[in-house]
Design a protein around this ligand. Structure first.
Ligand SMILES: [Zn+2]
Length: 147
């Protein structure tokens, strides 16, 4: 039986298929630096497509970070320091993880590219696929109203 992920819409044979596919990408990225180069994009893109795994503010912040990185060329190091100074792990009154708020408008958005289209066959191709997935996701995410 085919299962459709209720958040990103990707199709899998297993109800846990989407999360497992994401896990397989992360596993490869951790053991092989040639894959790990795009780790920041993989995580941000997957999370944007799975809004219930974030707080509403976390989703908006992730979108902003992806925009800064892809459009304005903010480095990964600059990005990380922005995440830290944004108060993700401090007491600034919000957190990136689910907190009862959620950007519901993003749940089930018809994303043209999902984790299901990413192949782990070659690190060069993988990097290009992740870049295309991130760019496509940012383009779509910018059309999702914040309210
Ligand atoms: Zn999904």
């Amino acid at each position: 039986m085919t299962h459709r992920c209720s958040e990103c819409g990707a199709l899998f044979d297993d109800p846990q298929g989407c999360w497992q596919a994401f896990g397989a990408l992360l596993e490869r990225e951790f053991v092989d630096a040639a894959y790990g180069r795009v780790h920041h994009l993989t995580v941000t893109t997957y999370m944007l497509q799975h809004p219930t795994r974030l707080s509403r503010r976390g989703w908006l912040e992730m979108r902003e970070l992806l925009r800064l990185h892809l459009r304005d060329g903010i480095s990964v190091a600059g990005w990380r320091s922005r995440v830290r100074s944004g108060g993700v792990n401090s007491a600034k009154g919000w957190k990136i993880k689910p907190d009862g708020t959620c950007l519901n408008a993003a749940v089930g958005w018809p994303w043209p590219i999902t984790v299901a289209s990413i192949a782990l066959e070659d690190p060069e191709v993988y990097g290009e696929q992740i870049q295309a997935w991130a760019a496509s996701t940012l383009h779509e995410a910018e059309q999702i109203p914040a309210e």
